[in-house]
Design a binder for this molecule. Structure first.
Ligand code: FE2
Ligand code: FE2
Length: 164
């Protein structure tokens, strides 16, 4: 594997782990009612956002958004595509490893589903790049917003707007 490919794979995996940790801790701080435990988990969650920033800074040069006005959306769409491909590959491996036929069957279902998600993101990217080609970049627009942007769900709104 080329150095760039290894970097991309490992930082994508890191980003996925850190985002999933953030999601997990955010959910727990919302449902736990013990203030001491909530405070500790909240502190760890904030620390995970630093880890997200580190992973994103490594991934930014790998995915230079090509379309002005869509830098943030495209950057996250590239990351989503990379993640769905990674999930698809991982679950295919888990399906091969599975001894239990029901696990194998369910992993294969996930493989199919993640392949579908990857296809959707690939097509969204192609549509944006095809409709708005040749714009120059504004690198750095996304910096520092990763965590709050995602956690506040603005990304979803932006996507809905874009698709309409
Ligand atoms: Fe972490
Ligand atoms: Fe998926």
């Amino acid at each position: 594997m080329k150095l760039a490919d290894i970097n991309r794979k490992n930082w994508t995996e890191t980003l996925s782990l850190e985002w999933s940790a953030t999601y997990r801790y955010k959910m727990q701080t919302a449902i736990f009612n013990n203030p001491r435990i909530v405070a500790i988990i909240d502190g760890i969650m904030r620390n995970e956002s630093d880890h997200i920033d580190i992973a994103q800074k490594h991934l930014l040069p790998e995915f230079e958004p090509k379309v002005k006005g869509f830098q943030t959306i495209l950057f996250f769409l590239y990351l989503n595509l990379e993640f769905e491909r990674f999930a698809n590959k991982s679950y295919a491996g888990f399906a091969r490893e599975a001894e239990d036929p029901r696990s194998k069957e369910d992993f294969l279902r996930l493989v199919k589903s993640e392949g579908g998600h990857a296809k959707i993101f690939r097509e969204m990217i192609e549509q944006i790049e095809w409709q708005f080609p040749g714009s120059d970049n504004l690198p750095g627009m996304w910096l520092g917003i990763g965590f709050w942007f995602i956690s506040e769900g603005r990304c979803n709104g932006a996507m809905r707007k874009m698709q309409s």
